[in-house]
Ligand binder design. Sequence first.
Ligand code: HEM
Length: 319
Amino acid sequence: MKMGIYNLFAFYILLMKMIVSGWSYGSADGLSMYYYTMTCPFAEMIVKNTVNRALQSDPTLAAGLVRMHFHDCFIEGCDASILIDSTKDNTAEKDSPANLSLRGYEIIDAAKEQIERQCPGVVSCADIVAMAARDAVFFSGGPVYDIPTGRKDGRRSKIEDTINLPPPTLNSSELIRMFGQRGFTAQEMVALSGAHTLGIARCTSFKSRLNNVDSTLDTQFAKTLSKTCSAGDNAAQPFDSTRNTFDNDYFNALLRKTGVLFSDQTLSDSPMTRGIVMGYAMNQAMFFFNFQQAMVKMGVMDVKEGSKGEVRGSCHKIN
Ligand code: HEM
């Protein structure tokens, strides 16, 4: 009964928000801010509660959810292609070396299961991934923001497509070019890289930097990284000193030459991006604002609308 009143109240708030800020985001068949209001009004709340509960027992999973959304969107658009399991005829994206350390799949499954019980066949896995990433940012102390929904799930997931994920060996101009090809400015690329305020990298992602330590890497920090790697290729190194908190400490770490990945450190070493890094290091509010805008933009990359996709019954396989 208590839950019923709570739900009713949430529904009322949602309706008010709709009236105040308007309905539509894209085309009639496309994304919109309140896409599920009539068809599955509690979808957003189910995702939020599921993410909240999961992060309370393991706060490190916030990083996994944010990274999952990025890896989903950059390959085939935000269409949950990352969630598809390999079959005997097809090796899927998730089995690519670039994706083997992705985490948090069980949170998406848990949310999908609950949502399917309430409104079967309505809410796409792609939307659940996008909402979960947004909620993970919020529950880690980052900005709160709304995202449009209505993405459809894709029917293609191939390991070879993951070649389009950026490797950690890229320098600033290569990152600018790669993100530029996907429609992002240098500023948006740096803001999105700020997602590395959450989480860890495994030794295998940065050990090549240790063979030839140069002046871009703090000598003391190089020793820290070597020590991490002495425990093996899978040993974890946090990106900054607050791995479960979404803040601007990552940018300050870059200015101290204690970036973990080569692709992180290059952002503050290159004159093309250094000013942006300094701005975010000085002004967390500006980072939060630019990050949320860039995330909304990333979240609508090449989305499949209407009949271009489907709503999967199980996020693990196409219908
Ligand atoms: C700019 C280009 C980027 C490169 C080269 C890059 C590369 C990497 C690498 C190598 C790791 C460590 C993986 C491992 O060792 O297991 C990582 C982790 C991570 N990345 Fe990125 N990334 C980039 C951009 C992004 C973006 C745009 C986001 C999200 C918006 C993101 C979110 C994350 C998160 C949250 C982690 C930590 C994951 C965890 O702790 O499980 N990255 N990234």
